[in-house]
Design a protein around this ligand. Structure first.
Ligand SMILES: [Zn+2]
Length: 430
């Protein structure tokens, strides 16, 4: 049997399909169980399996592999569990979701679970107490014992901690993303981060019906999408910036990500950002958008240092700037995500042209980083954000630049290169 993953028009799911394809093709990253042949054909990802059971097993195993390889990190805290076979106690690390994954998929079901328990019978209890004595004084070990009040027994955990992610085969239905009739599940915050209020972002949700459902393929793509977008976590991981490229076909998106990942080193998911460097506290939408565009531009420009690759670098810039980009700023209170602001850019080439017109875009980067204004121990970003917003809209900068200069002079400093840039920008804007 053959199944195809096709362009859905939802940028998050489409990025996820590319992410899935790339992970399946790179045997050094994951090795899911199940005999399924994956290949690329006419703008589609094709999956060939002997039967639906084999395919479903392959999908579930894929997610299990991705989860344990990229989404979970070991903490410095440990827990004592029973090794069932050896009837011995041992200490294993506790686990967490890596920050960006934990931020996006935050539903109540997603907790660390310890699986099966074993009753502490007399012999085992002796061993347990001995073991505990051995590790006395080591504060980072959790000796978890569960008491059952009814039968007055004590139980100890007998498996390593894990996340039981509710990725399961659902009931037959019609998928709101790809339209196929297949086993579907309800959309919730464990499988689709945008499952919250949909009114503000019609663009992103326009293909969702009233009671949205998601097939197994789209669900898996949604869980993998984080591997094919740009992100930046700030404010002690309470705010997340997302940059999601959109293309009119999977082929175009496939080319784009292949060129990106072969030329730009994106940092792994356990970092706070896969592109931006920390320390500059880009916590508002427009300043994050401009910083991301600039970083992409500078990294692509670096390719040109190799004289043979100038044409390649230009082609790549064209690929990056011809995408539609969706940018989101998301904040988190408790378990609830709110998508606070959103913008959409289809003319990145215009911003790239501005960067190209600057004698040295690195000087601009340095200047832009220093536009935040210090108030005591706090850094204020409002003006830097307005500054970026005006550049993104090709609007005048004089007013906001004056306010920044004034703010800086109050803190007894100034921004090198700001006046020069404004002059250049005004001429460039015409
Ligand atoms: Zn689907």
């Amino acid at each position: 049997m053959e199944t195809t993953l096709t362009h859905t028009g939802n940028p998050w799911i489409d990025c996820g399909i590319i992410g899935l394809h790339d992970l399946w093709k790179d045997k050094s990253k994951i090795q899911p169980e199940g005999d399924v042949n994956v290949h690329w054909r006419n703008d589609q990802v094709v999956l060939e399996a002997a039967n639906p059971e084999e395919l479903n097993h392959f999908l579930e195993s894929t997610f299990e592999e991705i989860k344990s390889t990229f989404y979970i990190e070991r903490t410095r805290n440990t827990v004592c569990i029973l090794d069932r076979k050896k009837r011995q106690f041992k200490v294993v690390p506790k686990i967490n979701l890596v920050s960006v994954v934990g931020f996006l998929f935050s539903g109540g079901d997603l907790k660390v679970k310890y699986g099966a328990k074993e009753p502490l019978e007399t012999g085992l209890m002796k061993k347990y107490e001995e073991f505990r004595r051995l590790y006395k004084g080591r504060r980072n070990i959790d000796f978890k014992v569960k008491k059952d009040e009814k039968n007055k027994k004590e139980y100890v955990y007998a498996s390593e901690p894990r996340y039981n992610w509710p990725f399961k085969i659902g009931k037959e239905g019609v998928c709101s993303f790809c339209g196929r009739r297949a086993p579907c599940v309800d959309i919730d915050s464990n499988n689709y981060p945008f499952a919250v209020g949909t009114n503000n972002f019609q663009n992103f949700f326009s293909n969702l019906s009233l009671s949205p459902k998601m097939c197994l393929f789209c669900e898996l793509a949604s869980l993998v999408a984080i591997n094919r977008i740009i992100f930046n976590l700030t404010e002690r991981r309470r705010r997340l910036f997302l940059a999601i490229p959109q293309a009119y076909s999977l082929g175009e998106l496939y080319d784009f990500w292949h060129l990106i990942t072969s030329n730009i080193v994106l940092k792994p998911l356990n970092q706070d950002s896969n592109l931006l460097s920390g320390g500059y506290r880009y916590r508002r939408l427009s300043e994050s958008v401009l910083a991301t565009c600039l970083e992409l531009y500078l990294q692509l420009e670096r390719i040109k240092e190799d004289a043979k690759r100038i044409a390649e670098a230009d082609k790549l810039k064209d690929k990056v700037s011809s995408k539609s980009w969706h940018f989101f700023m998301v904040s988190k209170t408790g378990q609830v995500l709110s998508f606070d602001s959103y913008t959409y850019l289809t003319d990145l080439h215009r911003i790239f042209k501005l960067f190209a017109s600057l004698g040295n875009p690195h000087t601009f980067k340095e200047m832009f980083q220093h536009l935040a204004i210090q108030h005591g121990r706090e850094w204020r970003n409002e003006l830097r954000d307005q500054f970026a917003q005006r550049i993104l809209r090709s609007a005048g900068l004089n007013n906001v630049a004056e306010r920044i200069m004034w703010g800086k002079s109050r803190e007894g400093s100034y921004v090198a290169g700001l006046a020069d840039f404004i002059e250049h920008y005004n001429i460039w804007r015409g």
